[in-house]
Design a binder for this molecule. Structure first.
Ligand code: FES
Ligand code: FES
Length: 159
């Protein structure tokens, strides 16, 4: 018989409570219970990085964390980056630098870089490449993603 628990997670600044099966991943909870489908699931075993969200300030693969493990934590998904109609500087930079093509990997890159740039205001290209080394993109060849990250870093430093 399925084991169910009530959990409350602060998602994008708002407390959200639901009743979940304990076997459910955080990614599935975000998508199926909270309808935040911006978090994409790719490999579902920790390899591609598409499902990355920020949990208590750290980038986490939401396919590898159980929803019940996120109880009481703060989670930022890609939906939480923009302020209403205003895109976050990282989103703006991806748009300007053509940092995406099909877009499947993009939420994972955005959340990974969001967490990284919050803690590293003046990164080198090498540090950016290291920060995104766990995210796989099959379309872009990465250069435009790196350019976007360098651009976003400049804007975030200035603001
Ligand atoms: S879906 Fe989580 S790392 Fe690929
Ligand atoms: S833009 Fe298509 S996988 Fe990255």
């Amino acid at each position: 018989m399925a084991d169910n628990r009530e959990i409350t997670i602060k998602v994008n600044g708002k407390d959200m409570t639901t009743y979940v099966e304990t076997r459910l991943s955080l990614g599935d909870v975000l998508r199926e219970h909270f309808h935040l489908t911006g978090t994409h699931l790719g490999c579902e075993h920790g390899v591609c990085g598409a499902c990355t969200v920020v949990v208590d300030g750290e980038p986490i693969r939401s396919c590898l964390m159980l929803g019940v493990q996120a109880h009481g934590k703060e989670v930022t998904t890609v939906e939480g980056l923009s302020k209403g109609e205003d895109l976050h500087p990282i989103q703006e930079a991806f748009w300007k630098n053509h940092g995406l093509q099909c877009g499947y990997c993009t939420p994972g890159f955005l959340t990974t870089l969001f967490s990284f740039l919050e803690n590293n205001s003046d990164p080198t290209e090498r540090e950016i490449r290291e920060a995104i080394s766990g995210n796989i993109c099959r379309c872009t060849g990465y250069q435009n993603i790196v350019n976007a990250a360098l651009d976003a870093a400049k804007v975030m430093k200035g603001s």
